[in-house]
Design a protein around this ligand. Sequence first.
Ligand code: BV8
Length: 252
Amino acid sequence: MESQSAHQQLIELVRQAKRIVALTGAGVSAESGIPTFRDAMDGHWSKYKPEQLATPQAFEADPARVSRWYDERRLAALGCEPNPGHYALAELERIKRAQGGSVTILTQNVDQLHQRAGSQEVIELHGSIIRWRCTRTGETQDHVEREPLAQDYPIKSPNGGLWRPDVVWFGETLPTRALASADLACQKMDLYLAIGTSGVVYPATGFIQFALDRDIPSVEINPQETPISEAFFARVREASGVYLPALVKALL
Ligand code: BV8
């Protein structure tokens, strides 16, 4: 936030709001120890770009490599805990629900940490790496076991297909129901937050347009500037795991 008075202004915006929509990205999970998407390629994955592996073409070309990458990320997510930023958003939802309002989280994250922190209204725009899907039948299974899904990859499904992570890859369309629910929430909202996202992935980053078109206040919470920072009504240059708990505490 540019200044203390702007911080007070934001507290009042959140206090007055009845229907809040929060778009969250990998930055919200950073303080849980999950590398952000653009930094995700550490170790032996550093020779790839995530956009190269998170595509149907990459899975087609090398299903073993892509399945292994996702299973490692699944295990990493299961080994992490929600951080104070996740818990603060769940608390904010409880506060707003008690007042007859709502907090709808549109998450680009696939780690399910919002749900594990207690948030109820979470729309997974890009799916989940905890859930895997058969490429032939579309059957899905949740995998919360803390060991690798297989010794050898790719993982054959019993119906002659392969198991793939139930995530939205680049070039794949987002789940229709998720998009419809997100649109509905954005049409009813009176405050839009974009937290921990670099604002480069579509259509997720496009939801701010609902706020701009309806002249609804929009706030970006991110220690760094992003390509869409200027579009927001206000900007908070702080980590979500630090700022969100302070914001929610100020409401009580
Ligand atoms: C689609 C799942 C129809 C897999 C992901 C219009 C214009 C241009 C391009 C397109 C367009 N429409 C479609 C496209 C193509 C593409 C796209 O957007 N490309 C981009 C790269 C230009 N979109 C698609 O393909 C989408 N499908 O639209 O279908 C179609 C298809 C083709 C062409 C036209 C139409 C599907 C997109 C979904 C891809 N799947 N994830 C997986 O996770 O492996 S996206 C991936 O990026 C993750 O979900 C990730 O969450 C998401 C966005 O990244 P961020 O979350 O923002 O993370 P990032 O690391 O980038 O940034 C972290 C931020 O956190 C930073 O700003 C940092 O400063 C901040 N931060 C760090 N620490 C903290 C913090 N903030 C707060 N607190 C902290 N402590």
